[in-house]
Design a protein. Structure first.
Length: 151
């Protein structure tokens, strides 16, 4: 990899810290040095960033996203949609974002369970004892609910 350097001047009034933060998120940083330059009202921080060209920090690379309603079919899709509708309602009641209850991947994996149970839910990555205690029974109720057509 080719190493490059970039110098930033951080002034508290010009929004330059956001430019630096964005740069740091988008690049693989190998070293960072900062120095306060005293000059009374003209004081600022000078930040020297060493980074690798062509490399991005893998923590911030976009992962492939799945459009679950488009990818699922039949009962799997019905269960997923019921679970997501319940999740949205529950999130509003609890004052939390929907992903604090289940993220989309967890909702999809739960909706795919052949025999939904607390033990099966706990095997889904990211669903631990806390979520099971708080939401486990309600999740199972959504997965076991049969859709009835209006007559």
């Amino acid at each position: 990899m080719l190493t490059q350097f970039r110098l930033f001047r951080l002034d508290s009034t010009d929004g330059s810290s956001e430019v630096l933060n964005r740069f740091l998120r988008e690049h693989r940083i190998t070293q960072l040095e900062r120095q306060f330059v005293a000059g009374g009202p003209e004081s600022f921080y000078s930040v020297l960033v060493e980074y690798e060209v062509g490399a991005t920090d893998p923590r911030y690379e976009k992962k492939g996203r799945v459009d679950y309603p488009q990818a699922l079919q039949g009962e799997h899709l019905s269960r997923y949609q019921r679970l997501c509708e319940w999740r949205a309602k529950q999130a509003r009641e609890d004052g939390v974002p929907v992903y604090a209850i289940l993220n989309n991947s967890q909702a999809e994996q739960a909706s795919a369970l052949e025999s939904p149970s607390l033990v099966a839910l706990e095997k889904i990555p990211g669903i631990g004892k806390g979520r099971l205690q708080r939401y486990g029974k309600a999740i199972l109720e959504q997965l076991r609910t049969e859709v009835t057509a209006d007559a």
